[in-house]
Design a protein around this ligand. Structure first.
Ligand code: GDP
Ligand code: IMO
Ligand code: MG
Length: 448
């Protein structure tokens, strides 16, 4: 067995630019895998000069001859997947039938999962701000062992109906009790619809284990394109403001059916400033014109957070929601080093941070926290007990910088941008290996 797997994982709350760097490193590999989550992810890749926001198919499939896999740890909305396949074909990506493999063990997201997602959010005093893509309810059905898998869509329709009937028995009672009669599921109707999806997906559905067994034995490069991020991990993040899967590196291996011995390196991805969509703690968040429901308040003067959002175009690739914005939190990266096994960092949006600094006149980096009367160097996990959010201790850089695309190595970067990278490395204890200087896959400087 060879160590041939590169895991690309988000270090904060998602949208760090994982799609871009995962696609870039796929150039030197043969396989690229989505292992966790579902269409709550929105990964932007630039293909033939066009922006593609992919939710389920790994972005590296846009490179010819690469094999894309959607692993057993994912939850798949068949309609979203079929639309995405059409989008890729219409954008000029070829041979998808031969190059996309879907694990039959992945679970299916049905419309009632999205209705349940909405209902759960509605009854919560403090909603999570989910993407409403049905992710939590689908993983929940999987955990209670009544979920429907992609393989089940290929069964005769009466067998599929039986599985759907078992899945929705309790859900239907819940819908009735909440005056949501329109959501009550007719298992026959849905078995017919999803059986048709099954027929369309059949050419892609397979047992991925033999493919990966060969790949790992033959030392073929494998990239895992992580979705969501470390701080959204169901165990490691700020529960309950998390997702329902395990986006950390070990969770990605599990979700891809890959053994720990195959892991070569973990690339942790972050932005030079930080963002979060949905609710939950965000120590370095800056004031901005977003209300508590995540909506923009228009007509207000630009606050610091608004400056970052506008310069970084920080609106969700999946939901279009305005993202909450704040300074780089390098302390949380230290947590990521240990809990997520991050070996090296890719810091995207160095270009944008330079512009933010030019506009505001300063840039801040959180290098320590002040918490419960002490200076600490990690994010504590008892904040819901203490009702305290760690207070950032910042290092400040005056002004900003301008990146021009001819800067192709670390030494050609502006002095203050280099200083920023060194501060992040020191506080996080992780070397920065890649810096993003623009949205295109190769707008990346590799640091040797
Ligand atoms: P992902 O979910 O981690 O793949 O990230 P998203 O695609 O949701 O969000 C990242 C956004 O930042 C996308 O709009 C990218 O095109 C953009 N982006 C990524 N890296 C850079 C960078 O280095 N500079 C700039 N200006 N934009 C970037
Ligand atoms: P990518 O892969 C940003 C967030 C939601 C919400 C919480 C739970 O593009 O980085 P869920 O729908 O998963 O039950 O929502 O997790 N969230 C993301 N935020 N990027 C993502 O994916 C996300 N996937 C989930 O906003 O706070
Ligand atoms: Mg995203």
């Amino acid at each position: 067995m060879k160590r041939c797997v590169t895991a690309v994982v988000g270090c904060k709350w998602g949208d760090e630019g994982k799609g871009k760097i995962a696609s870039l490193v796929t150039k030197d590999s043969q396989f690229v895998i989505r292992a966790t989550g579902g269409s709550n992810a929105g990964h932007t890749v630039i293909y033939n000069g066009k922006k593609l926001a992919l939710h389920l198919v790994p972005g590296g499939i846009t490179y010819p001859n690469k094999i894309g896999i959607i692993g057993p740890g994912t939850v798949i909305d068949p309609k979203v997947l079929l639309d995405e396949i059409t989008l890729l074909k219409n954008s000029g990506v070829t041979d998808i039938e031969e190059r996309l493999k879907i694990s039959g063990r992945a679970h299916v997201v049905f419309p009632w999962h999205k209705n349940l997602d909405e209902l759960h959010e509605k009854v919560k005093e403090n909603p999570i701000g989910t993407t409403k893509r049905g992710i939590g309810p689908t993983y929940s059905d999987k955990a209670t062992r009544k979920g429907v898998r992609i393989y089940d869509l290929l069964l005769p329709v009466d067998e599929l109906e039986k599985k759907i009937r078992e899945d929705v028995f309790l859900h239907n009672q819940l819908f009735l009790a909440n005056n949501m009669e329109e959501c009550v599921v007719d298992s026959k109707e849905f078995a017919t619809i999803f059986s048709e999806y099954g027929k369309l997906l059949k050419p892609y559905v397979t047992d991925i284990l033999p493919i990966l067994m060969d790949a790992v034995s033959n030392n073929n490069g494998i990239v895992i394109e992580g979705a969501q991020a470390y701080r959204l991990d169901n165990d490691d993040g700020e529960y309950p403001d998390v997702t329902s899967s395990h986006p950390v590196a070990s969770g990605c291996l599990l979700g891809a059916s890959l053994p720990p011995q195959s892991l070569k390196i973990v690339i942790g991805v972050d932005k030079a400033y930080n963002t979060r969509v949905g609710n939950g703690p965000f120590p370095t968040e800056l004031p901005s014109s977003i209300d508590k429901n995540g909506n923009l308040i228009t007509g207000k003067t630009m606050l610091e957070g608004d400056v970052i959002r506008e310069l970084g175009h920080e609106y969700g690739a999946t939901t279009g929601r305005p993202r909450r914005c704040g300074w780089m939190d390098a302390v949380m990266l230290r947590n990521a080093k240990y809990a997520c096994g991050v070996d090296v960092l890719c810091i995207n949006h160095l270009d944008t941070l330079g512009e933010i600094g030019r506009k505001l006149g300063y840039i801040k980096i959180c290098v320590d926290y002040y918490y419960m009367g002490k200076v600490i160097h990690y994010y504590p996990d008892d904040t819901n007990l203490t009702h305290q959010i760690p207070e950032p201790i910042y290092v400040t850089i005056e002004g900003g910088w301008k990146i021009d695309k001819s800067m192709r190595d670390f030494f050609s970067l502006p002095e203050s941008a280099k200083e920023f990278i060194r501060i992040v490395e020191k506080a996080s204890e992780i070397p920065v290996k890649f810096v993003g200087i623009g949205p295109a896959n190769d707008d990346i400087i590799e640091i040797f």
